[in-house]
Design a protein around this ligand. Structure first.
Ligand SMILES: [Zn+2]
Ligand SMILES: [Zn+2]
Length: 352
Protein backbone atom coordinates (compact mmCIF):
# COMPACT_ATOMS: atom_id res chain seq x y z
CA UNK A 1 0.00 0.00 0.00
CA UNK A 2 1.03 3.55 -0.73
CA UNK A 3 -0.13 6.99 0.30
CA UNK A 4 -1.51 9.64 -2.00
CA UNK A 5 1.03 12.48 -2.11
CA UNK A 6 -1.76 15.00 -1.90
CA UNK A 7 -4.48 13.76 0.46
CA UNK A 8 -2.42 11.15 2.33
CA UNK A 9 -5.03 8.42 2.00
CA UNK A 10 -3.80 4.89 1.55
CA UNK A 11 -4.27 2.99 -1.77
CA UNK A 12 -2.84 -0.07 -3.50
CA UNK A 13 0.18 1.06 -5.56
CA UNK A 14 -1.45 0.42 -8.95
CA UNK A 15 -4.33 2.75 -8.07
CA UNK A 16 -2.02 5.75 -7.86
CA UNK A 17 -1.12 7.83 -10.91
CA UNK A 18 2.11 9.83 -10.51
CA UNK A 19 1.69 9.22 -6.79
CA UNK A 20 -1.81 10.77 -6.72
CA UNK A 21 -5.02 8.95 -5.98
CA UNK A 22 -7.59 9.14 -8.80
CA UNK A 23 -9.63 11.87 -7.10
CA UNK A 24 -6.57 14.05 -6.48
CA UNK A 25 -5.21 13.32 -9.96
CA UNK A 26 -8.46 14.51 -11.55
CA UNK A 27 -8.56 17.54 -9.30
CA UNK A 28 -4.96 18.75 -9.15
CA UNK A 29 -3.28 17.30 -12.24
CA UNK A 30 -6.17 16.93 -14.69
CA UNK A 31 -6.58 14.34 -17.42
CA UNK A 32 -5.55 16.67 -20.25
CA UNK A 33 -2.14 17.83 -21.31
CA UNK A 34 -4.03 20.56 -23.18
CA UNK A 35 -7.77 20.91 -23.33
CA UNK A 36 -8.99 19.84 -26.76
CA UNK A 37 -11.14 22.10 -28.91
CA UNK A 38 -13.48 20.24 -31.21
CA UNK A 39 -13.70 21.54 -34.75
CA UNK A 40 -16.47 20.19 -36.94
CA UNK A 41 -16.49 20.77 -40.69
CA UNK A 42 -19.90 20.33 -42.29
CA UNK A 43 -21.02 20.80 -45.89
CA UNK A 44 -23.90 23.33 -45.90
CA UNK A 45 -25.53 21.68 -48.93
CA UNK A 46 -25.54 17.95 -48.27
CA UNK A 47 -24.57 17.93 -44.55
CA UNK A 48 -21.77 15.46 -45.07
CA UNK A 49 -18.92 16.07 -42.63
CA UNK A 50 -15.18 15.90 -42.73
CA UNK A 51 -13.44 13.27 -40.64
CA UNK A 52 -9.74 12.42 -41.00
CA UNK A 53 -9.62 13.83 -44.51
CA UNK A 54 -12.75 12.03 -45.75
CA UNK A 55 -16.23 13.41 -46.28
CA UNK A 56 -18.62 11.12 -44.42
CA UNK A 57 -22.37 10.64 -44.86
CA UNK A 58 -24.52 13.01 -42.76
CA UNK A 59 -25.11 12.05 -39.15
CA UNK A 60 -26.25 13.66 -35.89
CA UNK A 61 -24.26 16.37 -34.13
CA UNK A 62 -23.85 13.98 -31.22
CA UNK A 63 -22.25 11.31 -33.42
CA UNK A 64 -19.91 13.85 -34.99
CA UNK A 65 -18.86 15.15 -31.58
CA UNK A 66 -18.32 11.63 -30.36
CA UNK A 67 -16.06 10.71 -33.29
CA UNK A 68 -14.08 13.97 -33.36
CA UNK A 69 -13.99 14.04 -29.56
CA UNK A 70 -12.44 10.57 -29.37
CA UNK A 71 -9.81 11.57 -31.91
CA UNK A 72 -8.91 14.83 -30.18
CA UNK A 73 -9.06 13.50 -26.63
CA UNK A 74 -6.65 10.68 -27.51
CA UNK A 75 -4.21 13.34 -28.70
CA UNK A 76 -4.46 15.56 -25.63
CA UNK A 77 -4.80 13.27 -22.61
CA UNK A 78 -1.77 12.77 -20.41
CA UNK A 79 0.67 10.17 -21.67
CA UNK A 80 -0.01 7.63 -18.89
CA UNK A 81 -3.74 7.57 -19.75
CA UNK A 82 -5.59 5.69 -22.43
CA UNK A 83 -9.02 6.56 -23.79
CA UNK A 84 -11.48 3.67 -23.58
CA UNK A 85 -14.82 5.24 -24.38
CA UNK A 86 -16.72 8.46 -24.60
CA UNK A 87 -20.29 9.55 -23.98
CA UNK A 88 -21.80 12.85 -25.09
CA UNK A 89 -23.95 14.00 -22.16
CA UNK A 90 -25.23 17.29 -23.54
CA UNK A 91 -24.60 19.87 -26.22
CA UNK A 92 -25.30 23.61 -25.99
CA UNK A 93 -25.11 25.44 -29.29
CA UNK A 94 -24.62 29.16 -29.82
CA UNK A 95 -24.48 29.97 -33.51
CA UNK A 96 -21.25 28.38 -34.73
CA UNK A 97 -19.89 27.53 -31.28
CA UNK A 98 -20.90 24.80 -28.93
CA UNK A 99 -20.24 23.47 -25.43
CA UNK A 100 -20.50 19.85 -24.62
CA UNK A 101 -20.18 17.71 -21.51
CA UNK A 102 -18.35 14.51 -22.20
CA UNK A 103 -18.12 11.50 -19.96
CA UNK A 104 -14.68 10.14 -20.67
CA UNK A 105 -13.72 6.59 -19.72
CA UNK A 106 -9.99 6.28 -19.12
CA UNK A 107 -7.44 3.68 -18.16
CA UNK A 108 -4.15 4.14 -16.30
CA UNK A 109 -2.12 0.95 -16.03
CA UNK A 110 -4.67 -1.41 -14.49
CA UNK A 111 -7.06 1.18 -13.09
CA UNK A 112 -10.08 2.41 -15.03
CA UNK A 113 -12.07 5.50 -14.11
CA UNK A 114 -14.22 8.14 -15.71
CA UNK A 115 -14.33 11.87 -15.67
CA UNK A 116 -16.88 14.41 -16.88
CA UNK A 117 -15.31 17.30 -18.77
CA UNK A 118 -16.75 20.33 -20.47
CA UNK A 119 -15.25 20.82 -23.90
CA UNK A 120 -15.65 23.69 -26.36
CA UNK A 121 -16.07 23.36 -30.05
CA UNK A 122 -17.01 25.15 -33.23
CA UNK A 123 -18.63 24.36 -36.56
CA UNK A 124 -17.18 25.41 -39.86
CA UNK A 125 -19.38 25.23 -42.96
CA UNK A 126 -17.47 24.28 -46.08
CA UNK A 127 -18.89 22.98 -49.35
CA UNK A 128 -17.68 19.44 -49.97
CA UNK A 129 -15.92 18.54 -53.24
CA UNK A 130 -18.92 16.57 -54.46
CA UNK A 131 -21.27 19.52 -54.04
CA UNK A 132 -18.75 21.77 -55.79
CA UNK A 133 -18.59 19.33 -58.68
CA UNK A 134 -22.37 19.08 -58.75
CA UNK A 135 -22.91 22.79 -58.87
CA UNK A 136 -20.74 22.83 -61.98
CA UNK A 137 -22.74 19.91 -63.41
CA UNK A 138 -19.82 17.50 -63.48
CA UNK A 139 -20.81 13.86 -63.65
CA UNK A 140 -18.93 10.60 -63.97
CA UNK A 141 -21.77 8.23 -64.83
CA UNK A 142 -24.43 8.62 -67.48
CA UNK A 143 -27.45 6.37 -67.84
CA UNK A 144 -29.16 6.77 -71.20
CA UNK A 145 -32.61 5.27 -71.20
CA UNK A 146 -34.01 4.63 -74.65
CA UNK A 147 -36.75 2.47 -76.11
CA UNK A 148 -36.92 0.02 -78.99
CA UNK A 149 -39.44 2.30 -80.67
CA UNK A 150 -38.25 5.76 -81.57
CA UNK A 151 -41.36 7.47 -80.26
CA UNK A 152 -42.63 5.25 -77.48
CA UNK A 153 -46.15 5.90 -76.17
CA UNK A 154 -45.93 8.52 -73.37
CA UNK A 155 -47.08 6.02 -70.77
CA UNK A 156 -43.86 4.04 -71.29
CA UNK A 157 -41.73 7.04 -70.40
CA UNK A 158 -44.09 7.86 -67.53
CA UNK A 159 -43.76 4.31 -66.25
CA UNK A 160 -39.98 4.57 -66.20
CA UNK A 161 -40.19 8.01 -64.59
CA UNK A 162 -42.43 6.75 -61.80
CA UNK A 163 -40.12 3.84 -61.17
CA UNK A 164 -37.09 6.13 -61.04
CA UNK A 165 -38.77 8.40 -58.50
CA UNK A 166 -39.09 5.46 -56.16
CA UNK A 167 -35.55 4.29 -56.88
CA UNK A 168 -33.48 7.47 -56.64
CA UNK A 169 -33.36 10.20 -54.04
CA UNK A 170 -32.74 13.72 -55.40
CA UNK A 171 -29.49 13.80 -53.40
CA UNK A 172 -28.08 10.99 -55.55
CA UNK A 173 -28.52 12.92 -58.76
CA UNK A 174 -26.43 15.42 -60.59
CA UNK A 175 -29.03 15.97 -63.27
CA UNK A 176 -31.93 14.40 -65.16
CA UNK A 177 -32.52 15.40 -68.76
CA UNK A 178 -35.45 14.54 -70.96
CA UNK A 179 -34.54 14.19 -74.56
CA UNK A 180 -36.27 12.97 -77.67
CA UNK A 181 -37.26 9.39 -77.09
CA UNK A 182 -35.77 8.94 -73.64
CA UNK A 183 -34.25 10.08 -70.37
CA UNK A 184 -30.62 10.81 -69.46
CA UNK A 185 -29.54 10.47 -65.84
CA UNK A 186 -26.26 12.07 -64.79
CA UNK A 187 -24.60 10.79 -61.62
CA UNK A 188 -21.33 11.01 -59.79
CA UNK A 189 -21.41 7.80 -57.81
CA UNK A 190 -20.47 4.45 -59.33
CA UNK A 191 -22.40 2.38 -56.79
CA UNK A 192 -25.61 4.35 -57.23
CA UNK A 193 -25.29 4.21 -61.02
CA UNK A 194 -24.86 0.44 -60.92
CA UNK A 195 -27.82 0.01 -58.61
CA UNK A 196 -30.09 2.04 -60.92
CA UNK A 197 -28.93 0.21 -64.04
CA UNK A 198 -29.49 -3.19 -62.46
CA UNK A 199 -32.93 -2.28 -61.15
CA UNK A 200 -34.04 -0.85 -64.51
CA UNK A 201 -32.79 -3.79 -66.51
CA UNK A 202 -34.57 -6.14 -64.16
CA UNK A 203 -37.84 -4.23 -64.07
CA UNK A 204 -38.09 -3.44 -67.79
CA UNK A 205 -35.96 -6.22 -69.33
CA UNK A 206 -33.70 -3.55 -70.72
CA UNK A 207 -30.60 -4.39 -72.67
CA UNK A 208 -27.44 -2.67 -71.39
CA UNK A 209 -24.37 -1.60 -73.29
CA UNK A 210 -21.61 -0.11 -71.14
CA UNK A 211 -18.92 2.14 -72.51
CA UNK A 212 -16.21 4.39 -71.11
CA UNK A 213 -15.08 7.67 -72.52
CA UNK A 214 -11.76 8.86 -71.11
CA UNK A 215 -11.54 12.57 -70.45
CA UNK A 216 -8.17 13.02 -68.78
CA UNK A 217 -5.40 11.05 -67.11
CA UNK A 218 -5.34 11.39 -63.35
CA UNK A 219 -1.64 11.22 -62.44
CA UNK A 220 -2.32 11.14 -58.72
CA UNK A 221 -4.43 8.00 -59.06
CA UNK A 222 -2.58 6.66 -62.06
CA UNK A 223 -5.80 6.03 -63.96
CA UNK A 224 -7.94 7.54 -66.66
CA UNK A 225 -10.84 9.66 -65.55
CA UNK A 226 -13.91 9.93 -67.70
CA UNK A 227 -17.54 9.11 -68.09
CA UNK A 228 -19.03 5.66 -67.84
CA UNK A 229 -22.09 5.44 -70.05
CA UNK A 230 -24.78 2.84 -69.66
CA UNK A 231 -27.03 2.70 -72.70
CA UNK A 232 -30.27 1.02 -71.76
CA UNK A 233 -32.83 -0.06 -74.31
CA UNK A 234 -36.27 -0.90 -73.03
CA UNK A 235 -38.45 -3.04 -75.29
CA UNK A 236 -41.74 -1.40 -76.15
CA UNK A 237 -44.32 -4.16 -76.33
CA UNK A 238 -48.01 -3.51 -75.91
CA UNK A 239 -51.19 -5.46 -75.51
CA UNK A 240 -52.76 -5.95 -78.93
CA UNK A 241 -49.43 -5.80 -80.79
CA UNK A 242 -48.81 -8.27 -83.58
CA UNK A 243 -45.48 -9.97 -83.11
CA UNK A 244 -43.60 -12.90 -84.59
CA UNK A 245 -42.55 -15.54 -82.07
CA UNK A 246 -40.37 -18.36 -83.39
CA UNK A 247 -41.76 -17.99 -86.88
CA UNK A 248 -45.45 -17.80 -85.88
CA UNK A 249 -47.56 -14.69 -85.88
CA UNK A 250 -48.92 -13.92 -82.43
CA UNK A 251 -50.91 -11.25 -80.65
CA UNK A 252 -49.78 -9.92 -77.29
CA UNK A 253 -52.77 -10.61 -75.05
CA UNK A 254 -51.22 -9.58 -71.75
CA UNK A 255 -48.07 -8.17 -70.16
CA UNK A 256 -47.16 -9.32 -66.67
CA UNK A 257 -43.94 -7.74 -65.42
CA UNK A 258 -41.35 -9.02 -67.82
CA UNK A 259 -43.53 -11.83 -69.11
CA UNK A 260 -45.82 -11.78 -72.10
CA UNK A 261 -48.90 -13.81 -72.82
CA UNK A 262 -49.12 -14.49 -76.53
CA UNK A 263 -51.95 -15.90 -78.60
CA UNK A 264 -50.43 -17.88 -81.42
CA UNK A 265 -52.60 -17.26 -84.49
CA UNK A 266 -51.46 -20.41 -86.29
CA UNK A 267 -52.90 -22.80 -83.69
CA UNK A 268 -54.95 -20.53 -81.38
CA UNK A 269 -52.84 -21.52 -78.38
CA UNK A 270 -51.81 -19.20 -75.55
CA UNK A 271 -48.17 -19.12 -74.56
CA UNK A 272 -46.24 -17.33 -71.82
CA UNK A 273 -42.92 -15.94 -72.94
CA UNK A 274 -40.16 -14.12 -71.07
CA UNK A 275 -39.17 -10.71 -72.38
CA UNK A 276 -35.59 -11.93 -72.87
CA UNK A 277 -36.94 -13.66 -75.98
CA UNK A 278 -36.98 -10.21 -77.51
CA UNK A 279 -33.23 -9.82 -77.03
CA UNK A 280 -32.30 -13.29 -78.27
CA UNK A 281 -34.29 -12.88 -81.46
CA UNK A 282 -37.07 -15.39 -80.76
CA UNK A 283 -39.55 -12.56 -80.50
CA UNK A 284 -39.55 -9.81 -83.09
CA UNK A 285 -41.69 -7.16 -84.64
CA UNK A 286 -42.66 -7.81 -88.27
CA UNK A 287 -41.12 -5.16 -90.47
CA UNK A 288 -44.37 -4.89 -92.50
CA UNK A 289 -47.94 -5.51 -91.41
CA UNK A 290 -51.09 -5.28 -93.51
CA UNK A 291 -54.54 -5.92 -92.12
CA UNK A 292 -57.54 -6.12 -94.41
CA UNK A 293 -61.13 -6.63 -93.33
CA UNK A 294 -63.29 -9.14 -95.22
CA UNK A 295 -66.98 -9.97 -94.92
CA UNK A 296 -68.12 -13.59 -95.02
CA UNK A 297 -70.27 -14.10 -98.10
CA UNK A 298 -70.95 -17.77 -97.79
CA UNK A 299 -69.96 -20.90 -95.86
CA UNK A 300 -69.82 -24.16 -97.82
CA UNK A 301 -68.69 -27.20 -95.86
CA UNK A 302 -65.09 -26.56 -94.88
CA UNK A 303 -64.77 -23.64 -97.25
CA UNK A 304 -65.57 -20.01 -96.56
CA UNK A 305 -66.04 -17.39 -99.24
CA UNK A 306 -65.04 -13.91 -98.14
CA UNK A 307 -65.10 -10.53 -99.84
CA UNK A 308 -62.84 -7.57 -99.12
CA UNK A 309 -64.49 -4.44 -97.69
CA UNK A 310 -62.18 -2.16 -99.62
CA UNK A 311 -61.12 -3.92 -102.83
CA UNK A 312 -64.23 -6.17 -103.17
CA UNK A 313 -61.78 -8.98 -103.87
CA UNK A 314 -63.18 -12.45 -103.33
CA UNK A 315 -61.24 -15.22 -101.57
CA UNK A 316 -62.00 -18.83 -100.76
CA UNK A 317 -60.45 -19.92 -97.47
CA UNK A 318 -60.33 -23.09 -95.38
CA UNK A 319 -62.47 -23.23 -92.31
CA UNK A 320 -59.92 -23.43 -89.49
CA UNK A 321 -60.58 -24.23 -85.85
CA UNK A 322 -61.01 -20.59 -84.81
CA UNK A 323 -63.45 -19.93 -87.66
CA UNK A 324 -65.87 -22.76 -86.82
CA UNK A 325 -68.66 -20.49 -85.64
CA UNK A 326 -68.34 -18.00 -88.47
CA UNK A 327 -71.54 -17.16 -90.36
CA UNK A 328 -72.35 -15.16 -93.49
CA UNK A 329 -72.30 -11.45 -92.63
CA UNK A 330 -69.54 -11.85 -90.02
CA UNK A 331 -66.20 -10.24 -90.64
CA UNK A 332 -62.70 -11.70 -90.68
CA UNK A 333 -59.30 -10.08 -90.85
CA UNK A 334 -56.58 -11.02 -93.29
CA UNK A 335 -53.27 -10.30 -91.60
CA UNK A 336 -50.09 -10.22 -93.62
CA UNK A 337 -46.94 -9.82 -91.57
CA UNK A 338 -43.66 -10.16 -93.44
CA UNK A 339 -44.19 -13.45 -95.28
CA UNK A 340 -46.78 -14.89 -92.89
CA UNK A 341 -50.52 -14.76 -93.64
CA UNK A 342 -53.45 -15.59 -91.39
CA UNK A 343 -57.17 -15.11 -91.40
CA UNK A 344 -58.64 -14.53 -87.97
CA UNK A 345 -62.11 -13.70 -86.64
CA UNK A 346 -62.95 -10.02 -87.11
CA UNK A 347 -63.60 -9.40 -83.41
CA UNK A 348 -59.97 -10.01 -82.50
CA UNK A 349 -58.58 -7.04 -80.61
CA UNK A 350 -55.65 -5.58 -82.45
CA UNK A 351 -53.81 -2.45 -81.44
CA UNK A 352 -53.44 -1.22 -84.99
ZN1 LIG B 1 -5.51 11.84 -2.94
ZN1 LIG C 1 -21.82 18.50 -49.89
Amino acid sequence: MRFCVRCGREFPREQLIRGYCIDCFKKYIGVFEHKPVLKLTICPRCYSWLFRGDWRVPTSLEDMIKAIGALEISKYIRSELQLIDLEVLDITQKKLDFNTHLKIYLKAETTTFNVIEEVQGSVEYRTCPRCIARSSGTYTHLIQIRFTKKNPPPRFIEGVEKYLQKLISPNDLVNVKYCEGGIDIELDDAAIAKRIVQALSHEFSAKIITSFKAVRFDHRRGAWRGIVTYSLRIPVLERGDLIIYRGSLCIIKDLRGNRLVLLNLSNNVYEEVHMTAYWNGDLKYPSRIEVERYIVKNVEGDKIIIISETSKNELVIKRKHDLLRIKPGNSVLLIKADNIEYIVPGDLELLR
